[in-house]
Design a protein around this ligand. Structure first.
Ligand code: ADP
Ligand code: MG
Length: 228
């Protein structure tokens, strides 16, 4: 549709801009981070200021990295990757945060899932974003269900992944603006996670769909073709 075309045009312009700007920002950022650490150990009494500076620099770095990903899907290299390995490495990164928030993660993967043709690092970023959102949606604890299975339509084989949480659902004002950058309800959010994830999945010729049930949690369904 025309709306979809406009949107993908917008995203590709953002992507090109992002690549250029992000690249230019990264180098000075690395220098600043290094000298902040140096000053922190030199001026021990003021170390809390330098800690804040370091944390803020980390935040800039996070945003820049997410922007870089926005730009990259087209220039990316694909290879054989295992979904089970991808999700395992994501879960090991999120384990501590989940325990802190009293969130249990139940992961049910169908046995013998076939290999994906993918960029493993980018898919890791997608599942990191989505599972992290699910955990963050339940600050008072709950369950995140991750299910993955094969499905076959007439012409192609697909991997279906569902990530379901028991949180409050995505607020309506956010739903209306999904796909726009910087839409966040979190104090430390970037509002880039879902946008970056959608873009990566589209670059894999897959689909990312959100099923939102106000008050009953959110399900993110990601479908990836097995061969393309
Ligand atoms: P961020 O997590 O940095 O805020 P995202 O793009 O990942 O950015 O998410 C955008 C917003 O969508 C979040 O701030 C939150 O309001 C909402 N959201 C995303 N996932 C969920 C979820 N599973 N449950 C409730 N709200 C969600
Ligand atoms: Mg997020």
């Amino acid at each position: 549709s025309e709306e979809q075309m406009l949107r993908s045009e917008k995203l590709s312009v953002i992507g090109q801009l992002a690549a250029g700007v992000a690249h230019e920002i990264r180098n000075p950022l690395t220098a600043l981070k290094g000298f902040t650490q140096l000053l922190r150990s030199k001026y021990k009494d003021e170390s809390s200021y330098f800690e804040i500076m370091a944390a803020e620099l980390d935040r800039i770095n996070l945003i820049v990295n997410e922007f870089m990903t926005l730009a990259r899907p087209h220039l990316t290299s694909f290879e054989q990757g295992s979904f089970a390995e991808i999700i395992q490495s994501v879960l090991s990164i999120l384990e501590t945060q989940a325990i802190l928030l009293n969130v249990e993660i139940c992961c049910e993967l169908e046995a013998n899932l076939p290999m994906l043709y993918c960029n493993g690092n980018q898919l890791k970023q997608v599942f990191l974003n989505v599972v992290k959102n699910a955990i963050e949606a339940m600050p008072d604890g709950g369950k995140v269900h991750i299910q993955a299975n094969m499905a076959e339509t007439g012409k192609e084989r697909l991997l279906h992944v569902r990530i379901h949480d028991e949180g409050p659902g995505i607020p309506n004002e956010v739903i209306r603006r999904l796909g726009e950058p910087f839409v966040t309800t979190k104090e430390k959010g970037t509002g880039l996670g879902l946008m970056v994830s959608t873009r990566i999945i589209e670059a894999h010729l897959g689909k990312l769909q959100i099923y939102n049930r106000q008050g009953k949690g959110t399900t993110v369904e990601i479908t990836l073709p097995i061969k393309h």
